[in-house]
Design a protein around this ligand. Structure first.
Ligand code: 3H9
Length: 732
């Protein structure tokens, strides 16, 4: 062992001690999640040696401190060169030991943590514990024997599902699957010690999973081939899910050969750019939680109010999803509508959604329904701690509602508006208490999507922001605190991206070509299919309200220019013809009918584009995939730099989290800012300069000052941008 470790007891990260009744106890101590860092692995080896040499100990319990078993390998060490014993032989040594080892699982056993538990001879879990092999979410596979031991223990179909999705399972489900031997609602260490006493003299041979013959169902080949086919089309270019299936396939081989294959596949993934991107996403989602406001208020020093009771006002699609999300998190909720018919429809829809949730969670529907009160009456808002307004996206309507909310709610109640881009401060200005008003931009479907943009108005109080961020976490969301700029961060960046896509149509591309390129890049959906899904009328209304189209436009104005800048009226023309997307069965694509899902190329649209180009004397040209990607994605990222310059987002991690969790950007490509950092800032600047020269009437293609500044600084790594931007802004 090359590493020299301090002998101070408090530094030791795997303590050995003796528990009652001749049981040795090894306790991992590496807060916050007892990750298996090189130091932990080193100390665990020593602890195991002590335990096996301790003649007074007949069996061993392995547990973790801080109410948590183990969160897996130390992800922070993946980018460093570290020493310490490797995990695979360490787990093999636990399994091969002569004394039974019982894993006492509380909190979580994830990744390498669960793989270590699979190397133990028995597993006891606390009823609240969660278990899983989430490596695929980090661009990896379970590379410490997980792909070989798990199918031996729970069978191929279940192992395949858990490993390729990275899903966490509850202790109860783990028991049903045979992943754990016992579940307790008491002290898990005590239960494990008792269990260890019971099994201390039992023969161990049959408890070593590596010696088990994998149960090979007759249809295994079909199962694995089917999974490969599905994943290849769904993974959108991600390597890890496919590698997981190949590693599982190797579990039909003798254990040692299977491990060899697992290691080989892991080595390829480990050094891949995709794994780096996904690990960046993991840490970004944690960094965004560390928000700070102008002044000194931040996530650490700001108190959070407990939301004992919440309300949702407006029960359209978003309001219903938000209600389900609150109820699912156990928060008593008043669900309010203004119209009796709407209320009844919403009650039915919410009940049906909760019924599905109850079945999934194996809970009674009543346990959910008793948390929700449907009402038409404002007085029911009097005692709530927080209201989420989710009415139609109409500023006048929202302003009216907020002045009423201010009159009816408690003075300290936090008033939130679910808006995708309206001015939160204007809404706050209609109340006597603008400090309690915060924006909460949920993404549809609100009970599914993990992203929440928390919009801090200039007058929002730190406590209100902190409370909403905390509520987001309780709802299972990743909250990103953003500034109050039109479209906030997500929708603001969407504008130049969409504009470029539209300009490309004018210049000769088709929606299929643009979408195909973006989907090949890894987007869940190309921009035109996405517009069809959300409805073309949404943007049309915004453009009419802002005078870009509609009666406010002077007849002498060129249809392709507004305020001196290039403008593409194609989407407006489709809307004028009633082509609003999926809802009308026609948009950028053709659908089987209204509400149809399958986007088909539309010969009418191709003819319409030809005619439009003829009318405007636009000579179509061949546009290659690289231009589609560069124009769309660099314009988007360029706006991202502007958002950073203005302090609307605190760092590139915020923008990337928003795009990965809310806009279908592939996690294995990190996010728009990560993407341009990977391509190279100087190369991106050169391309933007080139495109701006070619299209001088498109300001979004003009490279932002921050991009130029970063290039002038020698293109520092993305991990440094946050601090650079903060320092630069503090000097303004
Ligand atoms: C693996 O095991 C590979 C093996 O198969 C093979 C190896 C050969 N490492 O999320 P939180 C930090 S791959 C390092 O806010 P929560 C996290 O960054 C690993 N750090 O708390 C944060 O730091 P900070 C497979 C980690 O209560 C702090 O802990 N395992 C790790 O909401 C708190 O995290 C996984 O993928 C780690 N493994 O959720 C599990 N985990 O305070 C990944 C966390 O500085 N972890 N941190 O911001 C999680 O899913 C969640 O963190 C967990 C706790 C559920 C554990």
């Amino acid at each position: 062992m090359s590493e020299v470790r301090s002998p101070v007891e408090s530094d030791i990260m795997a303590h050995y001690s003796r528990a009652a009744g001749h049981i040795g106890l090894i306790r991992l101590a590496n807060p916050p999640v007892n990750a298996l860092s090189s130091a932990v692995r080193h100390d665990l080896c020593r602890a195991l040696e002590r335990a096996s040499a301790d003649t007074g100990a007949k069996a061993i319990v392995l547990c973790g401190e801080n109410g948590l078993f183990c969160g897996g390998a130390d992800i922070l060490e993946f980018s460093k060169k570290t020493g310490g014993p490797a995990l695979v032989p360490l787990i093999n040594a636990i399994e091969a030991g002569e004394k039974p080892v019982v894993a006492a699982i509380e909190g979580v056993a994830l990744g390498g943590g669960l793989e270590m538990a699979l190397g133990c001879h028995y597993r006891i879990a606390h009823c609240q514990a969660r278990l899983g092999l989430p490596e695929v979410m980090l661009g990896l596979l379970p590379g410490a024997g997980g792909t070989q031991r798990l199918p031996r223990l729970i069978g191929f179909p279940a192992a395949l599902e858990l490993i390729t999705t990275g899903r966490h399972v509850s202790a109860e489900e783990a028991l049903t699957l045979g992943l754990v031997d016992q579940v307790t609602d008491g002290d898990v260490q005590e239960a494990a010690v008792k269990f260890a006493q019971r099994v201390a003299d039992e023969p161990l041979a049959s408890r070593r999973l590596s010696t088990w013959k994998p149960p090979c169902p007759a249809d295994l080949d079909t199962l694995l081939q089917g999974a490969l086919g599905r994943l290849q089309s769904r993974a959108r270019g991600a390597l890890a899910p496919v590698a997981c299936v190949h590693a599982l396939q190797a579990a039909t081989l003798p254990f040692a050969q299977g491990i060899e294959k697992e290691q080989e596949l892991m080595a390829t993934l480990f050094s891949s750019p995709q794994a780096r991107a996904m690990q960046y996403c993991f840490f970004s989602q944690r960094i965004v939680g560390k928000w700070s406001l102008a002044g000194r208020a931040n996530w650490k020093n700001t108190p959070v109010r407990t939301v004992h009771r919440a309300a949702v006002v407006g029960l359209g699609t978003m309001g219903r999803g938000i209600t389900v999300t609150l109820v699912r998190a156990g928060i008593p909720t008043v669900a309010m509508e203004m119209d009796r018919g709407q209320l009844q429809a919403a009650q039915q829809a919410v009940t049906a959604m909760l019924e599905r949730e109850a079945t999934k969670q194996k809970r009674s529907l009543d346990s959910y329904l008793q948390l929700v009160q449907f009402t038409l009456e404002r007085r029911h808002l009097q005692d709530v701690d927080l209201v989420i307004e989710a009415v139609y996206e109409d500023l006048a309507l929202k302003k009216r509602l907020f002045s009423e909310l201010c009159a009816v709610c408690r003075p300290d109640a936090i008033l939130c508006t679910n808006t995708s881009g309206l001015d939160v401060d204007v809404i706050a200005g209609t109340t006597r208490r603008p400090e309690v008003v915060v924006g909460m931009h949920f993404f549809a479907p609100a009970h599914v999507m993990k992203l929440l943009e928390v919009v801090r108005g200039p007058r929002s109080s730190p406590v209100a922001v902190a409370t909403v961020v905390h509520l987001g976490k309780l709802l299972g969301k990743v909250s990103v605190v953003v500034g109050n700029s039109p479209g906030f961060v997500g929708n603001r960046l969407l504008k130049p991206y969409m504009e470029q896509a539209n300009f490309l149509l004018e210049e000769g591309a088709t929606p299929e070509q643009v979408d195909g390129t973006l989907e090949e890049f890894g987007f869940a959906m190309g921009i035109f299919r996405m517009s069809d899904l959300s409805g073309l009328d949404v943007g049309w209304r915004v453009r009419r309200e802002s005078g870009l189209t509609g009666p406010a436009v002077r007849p002498e104005e060129s249809p392709r220019h507004r305020l001196g800048c290039r403008y593409c009226p194609l989407a407006d023309l489709l809307c004028e013809r009633g082509r609003l997307g999926q809802k009308t069965g026609q948009g950028w694509y053709l659908y089987e009918g209204p509400e149809g899902r399958k986007a088909l190329p539309d010969p009418w649209l191709h003819g319409f584009l030809d005619e439009y180009r003829r009318q405007h004397a636009l000579k179509p040209r061949r546009i290659d995939q690289q231009e589609v990607l560069e124009r769309c994605l660099y314009a988007l990222a360029n706006e991202g730099f502007r958002v950073l310059e203005e302090g609307v987002a605190a760092g590139p991690e915020d923008i990337d989290t928003i795009y990965v969790l809310g806009y279908g950007w592939p996690a294995h490509m990190g996010g728009p800012m990560y993407h341009v950092a990977t391509v190279g800032l100087s190369a991106v600047l050169t391309r933007l300069e080139h495109f701006h020269r070619a299209h001088p009437d498109v300001p979004q293609l003009q490279p932002s000052a921050l991009l130029r500044h970063l290039v002038a600084q020698g293109s520092p790594p993305i991990s440094k941008w946050r601090e650079l931007v903060r320092v630069q802004r503090s000097q303004l």
